[in-house]
Design a protein around this ligand. Sequence first.
Ligand code: F0G
Length: 395
Amino acid sequence: MFKLRCIECNEVNDEKNYTCRCGGLLEVVYDLESIEIDFKLDGNLSGVWKYRSLLPVKIEPVTLKEGSTPLYKAERISKIVGAKVYVKHEGLNPSGSFKDRGMTVGVTKAIEFGKSAVVCASTGNTSASMAMYAAKAGIKAYVLLPAGKVALGKLVQALMHGAKVVGIRGNFDDALKVVKKVCEVADMYLLNSINPYRLEGQKTIAYEISEFLVPSRVFVPIGNAGNISAIYKGFYEFKELDLIDSIPRMVGVQAEKAAPIYKAFLEKKMEIEPIKNPETVATAIRIGNPANAKKALKAIYSSKGCVEVVSDDEIIDAQKLLAKEGIGVEPASAASVAGLIKLAEKGEIEKDEEIVCIATGNLLKDPEIVLKICGEPEIVEPSVEAVLSTIKNLK
Ligand code: F0G
């Protein structure tokens, strides 16, 4: 039904491997011709498992009813960029980010392989999601985080759902390096996005978009570069299956000071040069050595897409703009919209385009940044005069 194949040397790997002997990333490939598709693209979303015939699991899934996220028409953003813009709000998944689509598959594979513990390095959302699904499955969860650099909402989720959390003196890239080594010596199942099964769940973002339209472009924030690769794979498979006619151009958006994939794209390369000290207000994508860079660059080049970079100010402006549309997101999510606005300002967006921006995580993930942007509310005496005079003076 499916096999794990190396994207570098094409070798078929054991189904429990994370990476190939040659060091290459692995990808789940299906014999698409022999698969019986048992769903219809009829606009009825029923979550990730609607697409079970294209997911690599053999047991009943560990699920919290993830997916089925809304695709909003963004009126104000459409006006600004002069095209039809939609936002897929992945922040409305059970743990508040798109990671749940991957974790329902990843944790199910952990159970299928008989594992009793899962582990990840994380900028926050992966750990929150993994902790939640591990709790649901009744297995142990271990999490390595860059100390002091994880948004509060994500940290409290990992803690409350019972993960054992360790802070690392270093950044995400350091944590990922360590966690890979930990998995060589301890019997823990690695659930970072180098795990090819996780990306299978995330490709359902593309499947759900295809229920309604095939946009000309899809904008995705890039951190460890798994999600953009997964979304491209989803569209690619649907095109191979003749379920859609074309593949959207994949546009990756990175934060200015955490942008190794942008640099590789400018130089038309497949290899990145890691950035030692990545920095951005969007802590979720504060990553200098994205593990899935090759898959992401392949997706971007194959779809005739591109990579854009955005500053912290542009990210925050886009976060505020999304909030005005009624869409509450954390900073990293807003990078997709910030990238779209930047491309539009360069005159690269055409009038009749239909565009989807992926909003990857919920506003509540990072409450501290909101207080920095908006300030704390004023406190007054409980009298009508005090309230009215304060409201009058509020900006
Ligand atoms: N947006 C959010 C809100 C994220 O949490 C992440 C990644 C991304 C975008 C980027 O996705 O890594 O697939 O390119 N967060 C990871 C984590 C790294 O540990 O939670 P990517």
